[in-house]
Ligand binder design. Sequence first.
Ligand SMILES: [Zn+2]
Length: 374
Amino acid sequence: MCSAIKGRFKMDDGHRFFSGSFREAQQRLQAAAARMGVVARQFIHPLLGLDGEPLGTDVYLIGNPAARKVLAIESGTHGVEGYAGSAIQLALVDEILPHLKSPDIAVMIVHAVNPYGFSWRRRGDEQNIDVNRNFVDFADSNATRNELFEHLAPHLVPEQWGDEEVRGGDLALEGLRQTHGSDAVSRAMRRGQYSHPGSVFFGGRGPSWSRLTVETIADEYLATAADVLLLDVHTGLGSYGKLQLLSIEPASSPISGDLRRVFGPRLRSTSDPASGAANASGNIFAGYTRCLAQGRFLGIALEFGTVDQQRIQHALRADAWAYLSDDDKRKVFRERSRREMLEVFCPTDPVWRDLVVKDGVEQFRKALTWMESR
Ligand SMILES: [Zn+2]
């Protein structure tokens, strides 16, 4: 039993917390927070969403605002992955956080870090930027160099998106795996690239709207905190319905041992090659770490597995192709692409959705107990 939250909660029907659109997700969370007397601070995005709705990132602070310990949970760093993170956040605000009893901890909820991708069912933002690769130092050419990606790029997003072209691309990529090694190719894809704005895992050419918003949130809400733990919810890595926890702490550090005792063997360090995580200097945790030089910061990604990697890669490549330019063929294709992106990053299967909410809430409760004990 989590000491910071009293009571028993049944989370076997967590799929009810999932929403069908950005607007619905945003409004349900706002309404649940309002029942607790909490109002969102809104960071308005300059563009509109798929249904013509205004977009933005909402920040909620629950508990003692002067607390020196902050437990934060973020959704939608990768746009379309935000449906899962938003469902966990809604479950927390609806059922768990009204019972928060710890005076020493503030809970910060950041809803939709990349609201554009959330609404438009894209992993990237309005500039096709992968926000979790955008926190690099753009003046440092070592951070943005990715030579192997130059060889992959022509085969990832072909001129035409047809069965033949995709098969040809797959074969060429397989050849590159044979030449350079599967791990090296996978790393080159996932670490981010800064030279092909229309392709997959594009880290941008400067700070994105989401990065600037995150930096403002860090400055305004966390600058005086002594101890911050941030849970960033993702989907699309690992086995179906299974959760991996990826910590930015090196596996050998004392705190990693502590974390493994709290979260169990599913917790891995992002520096562990077996984690499958990108070793990205430009990830959002690196951004927070720089902003919060005064206090202790720890980031853990919650990665919920969905479908197999090949289907995910195809969906990402098709999505990139659909937005490369504005010709009619691509515009028509976008609707199909959006459906596939939603399905591969947020399966409609209620069993998967139940697991996500149950596991997400459970990890949050463990994190809360651990923060209390520190
Ligand atoms: Zn992600």
